[in-house]
Ligand binder design. Sequence first.
Ligand code: 1CP
Length: 359
Amino acid sequence: MLAVNGKPVIRESVIGTDKPLLRVLRGETVSPPPLWLMRQAGRYLPEYRVVRQEAGSFLDLCYDPALACEVTLQPIRRFHLGAAIIFSDILVVPHAMGQEVSFVEGKGPVLSAVRSTAELKTLSDGPVRDRLAPVYEAIRRVRAELPADVALIGFAGAPWTVASYMVEGASSRDFAYLKGWAWRDRAGFGQLIDRLTAATIDHLCAQVEAGAEVVQLFESWAGAVPDALFEAFCFRPVVRIAEAVKKAHPSVPLIVFPRGAGARSVDFARHPAVDAVGIDTSQSAGWAAAEIQPHAAVQGNLDPVLLIQGGRALRDEAERLVRALGKGPFVFNLGHGVLPTTPADHVAELVDAVRRAAG
Ligand code: 1CP
């Protein structure tokens, strides 16, 4: 053991709020920046495919605390990542609200569509946390097993994004039913958004109470919100959720990922309840350093397709992002989720490149 003046020096252990991700989300600049990847658990990992097969359906996997804990930890065992994100899905919230939800191989999510104010009656009332106990149990198990320097992220979809699946009944290109309802009947559509806002606050607070140390709101379809509806159906619900979670849990940082929001990402950054803003692949790192970093930490934004390519181009781009954003609070991530054809070795290569780029 190391000793100074005869006294043992215990290396400062990384505990609690010393975790690099939590420091960055408090506004500190940390080098090398903490790195995690959206969809870091999933099909690109062979060990995930084994567990997924064993579980049966995708939702069975989400609701089995032992298996959900296992797949959450798989990328943590393989790579030196700064955070784990609980293995679940944004669509467990509509499922807990009584909507039929399934995941069809090769097609994605399929839901019994809710397309009018009258159909809102088919959704059940009451706290979603009563129906999502297995998710919170998985969080407790992950927290107990995580290495000391790795933070645990809980998450939910933002109301507009979750509503898109509830109304369309599946993934969509044009969001015709969703936007049709929002334009036709703002008050009725607003009721759906309000119900989702309340359910999301409940679900995020329950995740924190189970052990999540950070929460992220995925507004994956922010880019599809018409400008005239953005304030009412994207910005305000996200801010209401952020404020409510902060009020209940003041020390828990919140990341918002408004994919496709462009310059409006700055509005989220300026809000005091938002600690970090995720930027997507289309956004400029230099712009984010100038416009977002003065107000909030920036998370992003390596192209997931470059992670499939690997090699020199991947290392150069990782270095460029660290140079552009590493002088302020920065969380290294992708501009969207890991793609299923990504070679796992390239994730290790990226982790190494980010560490080297920070010097
Ligand atoms: O069978 C399978 O393995 C299905 C693939 C899969 C996985 C691995 C789905 C179906 N969801 C997930 C897990 C998941 N989903 C996580 C786990 C944690 C991690 O990141 O490792 C997270 C955070 C999500 C969030 C999620 N689900 C989002 C927001 C993020 C994003 O990608 O924009 C969205 C939009 C969904 C809906 C969803 N779930 C699954 C699919 C195929 C879809 C539809 C995506 C689309 O419409 O493009």
